[in-house]
Design a binder for this molecule. Structure first.
Ligand SMILES: [Zn+2]
Length: 381
């Protein structure tokens, strides 16, 4: 695909620069960078800092959002009961449809289900939104034979995603690119799963979102999406009306329309990792032990969505920081990510967004792919 080799090269250059040159370069441009929390690297544009340069979230004693061991045990048992009861029970060829991104969480989910519930007939699926990184695709091609699972790629026509991303990017909500573009991408992935499961009479959908992603992204507080939510027709995403995003009714009807199906054909949507509540390191170690992780370390900048650099730059110009920083700063506060390492990435992104360093061509090409100009998203280059 056009521009992909270039985007990988730019991302690799960016990462090399962060580690080697930026620690020196930043001394000369420090005055023009946002102040950041000395503990979690959160930008002063995101949250106010006190006289000691500490943000409000770092001052509070850590509000523990994670579950107690007894709650985890209880929820793990409840999920196991559902999965066990569905083994061999689907009316068609499958009992559960699993969302598969090629990342470690969804690889972990599939292998653990295969190990503990070997009678559950799985169909994995991956959404190809036309902006997948080629590295992510290679991961999937390499891992699927190892997982030994039936798999489908779902790829709607290109104009569908171009319309969605173009509209979202020019109508960002207060949660920026992450909460608008990335969120809608995830919502459409789940809607496609709902439709596929209903059509093929698959009674369960399994998604590998973490407890944090379910609580903060989907605003759900349980391992299963409430039944009334699954039985609702979709009318909006990220606070934007589908009628405004898609002039074409065919594209609006691609989203979940529960009313087209009898209620008994509507699958239950479960998030098993919510119940299991594992540390990132536990998942990583287990996936490595299973031989399901590539040896070469891969950063999310190279493996994710090709639009990530564009989203980051637009966020810096509209919010003052990249909306992806919110989750990463939380991980720093919880001791799951390194402050110095991520502070360098955030700072270089801020500098690049303002000067165009490394990202200029990438951003202009991504905008052109979406049929947008820099002025449409208030980027001054
Ligand atoms: Zn902080």
């Amino acid at each position: 695909m056009q521009g992909t080799a270039q985007s990988i090269r730019a991302a690799s250059m960016f990462e090399l620069y962060v580690r080697t040159v930026w620690p020196l370069h930043r001394r000369f441009v420090k005055q023009r960078l946002s102040k950041r929390c000395a503990k979690c690297a959160a930008s002063a544009a995101m949250i106010s800092l006190d006289v000691n340069g500490i943000c409000a979230l770092c001052q509070k004693p850590t509000s523990n959002t994670s579950a107690s061991p007894s709650q985890v045990a209880q929820e793990t048992t409840a999920v196991a009961e559902i999965l066990r009861a569905h083994q061999g029970q689907g009316q068609g060829a499958y009992d559960a449809l699993v969302a598969y991104s090629g990342g470690k969480d969804s690889s972990y989910l599939i292998r653990r289900i295969q190990t503990e519930f070997s009678g559950l007939r799985l169909l994995a699926f991956t959404m190809d939104n036309g902006f997948m990184s080629p590295v992510a695709k290679e991961n999937i091609e390499e891992l699927l034979p190892k997982l030994g699972v039936d798999h489908l790629f779902i790829r709607p026509r290109r104009e569908f995603y171009v319309s969605l991303f173009r509209y979202c990017l020019t109508h960002l909500n207060k949660e920026g690119g992450y909460g608008t573009v990335d969120f809608s991408d995830g919502e459409f992935m789940l809607d496609s799963a709902r439709e596929l499961a209903a059509e093929r009479r698959i009674p369960l959908i399994l998604c590998g979102y973490s407890r944090y992603q379910v609580q903060n992204g989907l605003r759900l507080h349980g391992f299963e999406s409430p039944r009334e939510r699954e039985l609702c027709d979709r009318v909006d995403t990220a606070g934007l009306s589908l009628a405004d995003i898609f002039p074409d009714e065919i594209d609006r009807k691609r989203w979940w329309q529960a009313s087209r199906h009898p209620p008994e054909a509507v699958a239950r949507l479960l998030f098993p990792l919510y119940a299991w509540n594992l540390e990132e390191s536990e998942i990583k170690n287990q996936v490595t032990a299973w031989g399901l992780l590539r040896k070469t370390a891969q950063s999310p900048i190279v493996t994710n969505h090709r639009l990530i650099p564009l989203l980051g730059v637009v966020d810096v110009h509209q919010l003052g920081y990249s909306s992806f920083e919110i989750e990463l700063c939380r991980m720093v506060r919880e001791g799951k990510a390194d402050r110095r390492e991520w502070q360098r990435v955030f700072e270089l992104l801020e500098h690049s967004a303002k000067t165009g360093l490394f990202v200029r061509t990438l951003v202009l090409d991504s905008l052109a792919e979406l049929g947008l100009t820099p002025a449409d998203v208030r980027v001054p280059f």
